[in-house]
Each structure stands twice: as structure tokens, then as C-alpha cells.
Design a protein around this ligand. Structure first.
Ligand code: FAD
Length: 472
């Protein structure tokens, strides 16, 4: 193979941003390479993020339901036994199946999937180290897309040791159920992985610096989520700062500070889940003239994902915005369209976010508080206790809350806590994408009995409020 092989587009990173962009650009007729440093494609999401966490959440939910809820349905189970290694094996099977699908998608689409660590060399050139022997170490392209994602962040003075003090990556494959798992950070990753181990029998304590959990959620939803998780046994220490961690041979001490009060708690594992930071190390951004935000480290892009360096684009967790797989994929799709001469946009106002706890939480658009800052709003709320399907399932915790513009009745935000929230939110996202009003949703016929009737009922309340001029 010749040195400096040339492509129309080089994508660095094969996560949900990179692989989607590479496959789409190749389908549109471009010659495309996708460079990935890990053995398996799929990025954080498929390998150590969305997919393994959801596989474990499903498995642990089955175990938890069998222990706590089957009896209500008249099902006797006898003695239940947890086979954690089988659960982990299943998770690994799900991950390897999906990463193999990505490899096949790229290969069948004629994308050159190149193994190795890429670095920008300027002038449209990318070098690759640690790659396959029969491949050149340098490539050139008219366009380069940076999709290198993010890595776990740590608070100052705390570092991972991979054993007692771990990131989400290790917390997805503990060999035993911890006796006491201390989770630092009450965001969605901490709550989801905390839920997995809680359901499997661990004591779980979540320490959160802010007054409430899951920052960014509608306040009413966040309060209810904390209350319901606490009812399941999750211990919360909110408004509490971690001042230090001291790992020992078989346990780890976590030093806490709340106002003037200090406390030390001991667990056998600590999961540090305080967020993620853009993965820019060793990419050669400075030499290539790619600007980063000095505060956050994100690569700075314009609304067409162009960086400060000509011909170089960036997407996904590497750039600002919610660090979510579907946001990365939407941006990857847009860049693939832009480099093939089409127009493209990503509607940042309609990117949903989901927390896969029990109950699930899902949101899109503005919270009630944020919407009120912009003008008068109508709020329609409907509890799952009023939904026949939820009663049949015995799953009545939670509600749907829709926020609409008081003057136009247009949907501004949707907040759902309850059964199937992750699926129900899709209707609200579509409504926002189409600029629908609460009345549009309320007049749309929903099947009966379904959980989705709660969305229709909440919409009815919001639209009646707009009609009667009862805006808040
Ligand atoms: P990534 O998926 O991080 O992919 C980047 C890729 O680039 C990696 O494969 C990396 O190896 C490669 N790379 C990096 N540097 C180089 C280099 N120099 N050369 C070559 N290759 C390189 N999001 C959701 O939407 N839903 C969820 O349920 C969800 N759950 C999550 C659970 C956990 C535990 C975690 C950690 C994350 C979760 N996320 C979830 C977030 C989601 O994983 C990320 O938002 C998403 O993976 C970002 O995609 P990306 O393409 O930007 O980057």
C-alpha cells in the first residue's frame, strides 16, 4: 500500500458520531477512512457506555422484579440466586454483537476501518501510530472529522486506581456485588450504575455536591426521582462535598463536608461519576490550528461543525452540548451531508435525554423554570395513577408534564418520570420537531390502554389552560 493514502474524508473515532458519519458519507459516494484506536469499533457508547449499562440495567431489573414484585402478580419463584458472571457474559455478548454490526456496516459500506491512534499533522494529513503493520502511517484527506469523544473526569485530588476507586468503565464489570458502593456524583451515570448494584444487593450511597440530583432536570421530576430511589434503598447525601478519598486493602474511606459538618463514610468501592471531559489528548489540535474552549476543553465549532482549522470538523462529546450518543449521531449525519454538498442542521432545541432508572426519566426542550424566564407558559401534568395500562402493570409512580407557550399553545418542553418514559418521549420530540401545539397532541388519537395516554392527557390540560388564558 502506498504511503500517504488519500481519502475524501477521514473520520477519527468510531463512536456513534464517527461511525454514523463515515457510513453515511461513504453511502453518498465519498472515499472514507475511519481511524479507531480501540480493537472494537463503536466507541464509548457501545463498548463501555450506553449499551453495557442498559444490558445490566435490564438484567438487574429482572432480578429485582423477581425478588420484589412477582408475588403481587401471583407468581411464586422459590429461592432466587444471582449468577453475576452469567449476567456479565450476557452483557458482553450484547456488546460484541453490536460492535460487530458496526464493523460490518463500515466494511460493507467500503469505509476503510484503520486501527491505530490518529494525530493531526496539519495540511490535511493525519498520522497513525500503533496501527496494523501492512498499513501506512500517514493519510491525507480533503476533509477531516474529529469524533474522539470523551473520557471520565475526576475532581481535583482524586484519581482512579481501577480497583477501589473506579470510573464507570470498571463499574460495568465488577466481579462481585460490592457490599457498599459509594457513588460520587448524582448525575445519570451515577444513578444508573448505582441502580444496577443496588438491585443486585449492594448498599449504595450517592454523594452529590448540588442540593438535588440529576442537574438539568425539571425540579419537580428531580425531587420525585430522588424520593423514589430513596424508597428503593439508595442513600443520598446532597449538598455534600467530597474532600478526599483514602483507599485501603479491603475498603475505602470517603471524607465528606456539608457546611461546617464533616463525616467519613467507608465502602468497599467508590465510583467516581462526576462527568466526562473531551478526549483531545495527543490529537495534535494546537499544531493543526484547532481551537479549544479554555474553560471546558471542548473543540470550538460553528453551527456547521467547522473548527477554526480549514477542512476540519468536530462532533459529539468532543464539542459542546449534551454528551449523548444520539446527539453525536445527529451531528455525524449532518457533517456527512455537509461534506457531500447538502444542507444540514441539528435542532438543538429537540434533543431528548433519558435516565434509565426505575422509574425512567425522560425530557426534551425547556424545563418549566427555563420556559417561564422567556414568557408566560401553560403546564399540563398527568399522573400515571390515572392510566389504566399503568394500573394493569402495577407501575403507577410518576407523571407526564408538558410545558407550552401560553400565547401560541406550542410545545416548549416535555418531562416524564414513570414507566416507559424513554419510549414515550419520542412522541414529544417529534411534536417539538414539527412545531406542534398541545392541542395537536391532545387531539391525536392514542391507543387504549397505553402509557402514552398520559402524554395525551397532559397535553389536554396544557391546551385547556391556554384556551382559558390561565397561563402561569
Ligand atoms: P465516543 O463514543 O467516545 O467515541 C470516540 C471514539 O474515538 C472511541 O472509540 C475512541 O477509542 C476513539 N478515539 C479517541 N481518540 C482517538 C485517536 N486519537 N485516534 C483514533 N481513535 C480515537 N449516551 C446516551 O445517549 N444514552 C445512554 O444511555 C448513555 N449511557 C452512557 C453510559 C455510560 C456509563 C457512559 C460512560 C456514557 C453513556 N452515554 C450515553 C454517553 C455516550 O456514550 C456518549 O455521548 C457517546 O459515546 C459519544 O459519542 P462520540 O462518537 O462523540 O464519542
Amino acid at each position: 500500500m502506498a504511503a500517504d493514502e488519500k481519502f475524501d474524508l477521514i473520520v477519527i473515532g468510531s463512536g456513534p458520531g464517527g461511525y454514523v458519519a463515515a457510513a453515511r458519507a461513504a453511502r453518498a459516494g465519498l472515499s472514507v477512512a475511519c481511524i479507531e484506536k480501540d480493537e472494537r469499533p463503536g466507541g464509548t457508547c457501545l463498548n463501555v457506555g450506553c449499551i453495557p449499562s442498559k444490558a445490566l440495567l435490564e438484567s438487574s431489573a429482572h432480578y429485582h422484579l423477581a425478588r420484589t414484585r412477582f408475588a403481587v402478580h401471583g407468581i411464586e419463584t422459590g429461592t432466587l440466586r444471582l449468577d453475576l458472571s452469567a449476567m456479565m457474559k450476557r452483557k458482553e455478548g450484547v456488546v460484541s454483537g453490536l460492535t460487530e454490526n458496526v464493523r460490518q456496516l463500515l466494511e460493507s459500506g467500503k469505509v476503510a476501518l484503520i486501527r491505530g491512534t490518529a494525530r493531526l499533522e496539519g495540511g490535511g494529513t493525519v498520522s497513525v501510530v500503533g496501527g496494523e503493520r501492512n498499513r501506512p502511517a500517514r493519510y491525507r484527506a480533503d476533509s477531516i472529522l474529529l469524533a474522539t469523544g470523551s473520557v471520565p473526569a475526576t475532581p481535583p485530588d482524586i484519581s482512579f486506581d481501577g480497583d477501589r476507586v473506579v470510573s464507570s468503565t470498571e463499574a460495568l464489570c465488577f466481579a462481585d456485588v460490592p457490599r457498599h458502593l459509594i457513588v460520587i456524583g448524582g448525575g445519570y451515570i451515577g444513578l444508573e450504575l448505582g441502580s444496577v448494584w443496588l438491585r443486585l444487593g449492594a448498599k449504595v450511597t450517592v454523594v452529590e455536591m448540588l442540593p438535588g440530583i440529576a442537574a438539568g432536570l425539571d425540579a419537580q421530576v428531580s425531587r420525585m426521582l430522588q424520593r423514589l430511589l430513596a424508597k428503593q434503598g439508595m442513600v443520598f447525601k446532597t449538598g455534600t462535598r467530597v474532600t478526599g478519598i483514602k483507599p485501603a486493602a479491603k475498603s475505602v474511606g470517603v471524607f465528606l463536608e456539608k457546611g461546617e459538618a464533616t463525616e467519613t463514610i467507608r465502602g468497599d468501592r467508590v465510583l467516581v461519576a462526576v462527568g466526562r471531559k473531551p478526549n483531545t489528548a495527543g490529537l495534535g489540535l494546537k499544531d493543526a490550528g484547532v481551537e479549544t474552549d479554555p474553560k471546558t476543553g471542548h473543540v470550538v465549532v460553528d453551527d456547521r461543525f467547522k473548527t477554526s482549522a480549514g477542512g476540519i470538523y468536530a462532533i459529539g462529546d468532543l464539542v459542546a452540548g449534551p454528551a449523548l450518543a444520539h446527539k453525536a449521531s445527529a451531528e455525524g449525519t449532518a457533517v456527512a451531508d455537509l461534506v457531500t454538498g447538502k444542507t444540514a442542521r441539528v435542532n438543538t432545541a429537540a434533543i431528548p435525554a433519558v435516565i434509565y432508572t426505575d422509574p425512567e426519566v425522560a425530557m426534551v426542550g425547556l424545563t418549566e423554570a427555563a420556559a417561564k424566564e422567556r414568557g408566560k407558559v401553560c403546564v399540563g401534568t398527568y399522573p400515571f395513577t390515572g392510566i389504566g395500562r399503568a394500573r394493569c402493570a402495577g407501575d403507577t409512580d410518576g407523571f407526564v408534564k408538558l410545558v407550552s407557550d401560553a400565547a401560541t399553545d406550542r410545545l416548549l418542553g416535555a418531562h416524564i418520570i414513570g414507566p416507559r418514559a424513554s419510549e414515550l418521549i419520542a412522541e414529544c420530540v417529534l411534536a417539538m420537531e414539527f412545531g406542534a401545539s398541545a392541542e395537536d397532541i391532545a387531539r391525536t388519537v392514542h391507543s387504549h390502554p397505553t402509557f402514552s395516554e398520559a402524554v395525551m392527557e397532559a397535553a389536554e390540560t396544557a391546551y385547556r389552560c391556554a384556551e382559558k388564558g390561565e397561563a402561569r
